[in-house]
Design a protein around this ligand. Sequence first.
Ligand SMILES: [Zn+2]
Length: 275
Amino acid sequence: MTTRKTAKMHDAAEGAEALTSPLLAASGFSHAFFTRRGGVSAPPWDTLSFAASVGDDPAAVRENLERAARRLGIPAARIYFLSQVHGVASRALQGDEDRDAVVHEVGDITLSGTPGVGCAVRSADCAPVFLADRRSGAVAAAHSGWRGTVLRVVVEAARALRSLAGPGAELIAAIGPHIEACCFEVGDDVAAELSACSGAGEAAVLRGAPGARPRVDLRRILKAQLAEAGLDAASVDDVRGCTACDPARFFSYRRDGQRSGRLLSAIVAGRTAIG
Ligand SMILES: [Zn+2]
């Protein structure tokens, strides 16, 4: 009994595990691509999951949000995410909105220029992408699965962020873990749509032996789209990880189905973490 209690307290002390972008960190942006480790949800949502809507205990999700908030350095009530639909709608946040109301709003981009507001997306194979303006401290988080990528959601996120931040924005970005080219097999129809949605073109589609399904390099497409939005290669960071073939660290819809966990990725407006 005593041993178990000690172990639990140790877990709590460790907190939510996350991957970060050196580029965003060097510019002072608090952010986290959370892994599935360091939360309290029971299987199959174990352990750091952020969606009660897929069957998880709401109390566990609330505790996971508290842990994420501690890691980000803001109150849990200031971490905002939407009901995502693989579209391009964005939601600008001031920080006085009710998080539990905002989660029912539909959209795939959260953004804010108010220091201390956490802009987040949830994913399980789709790509989380952060954008940040070094000049004003405004930030955006975008959710880009294959449908969102075809709709160029990161280009819309850059446009919305520039509009919010005003003239002279100096944007940087980071692309987080998602289903990478090792695992992202698609049908010919999806491959055709993805090869047509960026300057990367057919180079982002990997074709193996005749008869094998094509695989797609979403990261390459996202970089091409960010380049088209005015972010050169030096302004975009890769935070690597394949959700589908790393079950120890990530949830994957393709691997585990609907009844599985959802990862959180969040970036905080304002430049508070320099150094
Ligand atoms: Zn993989």
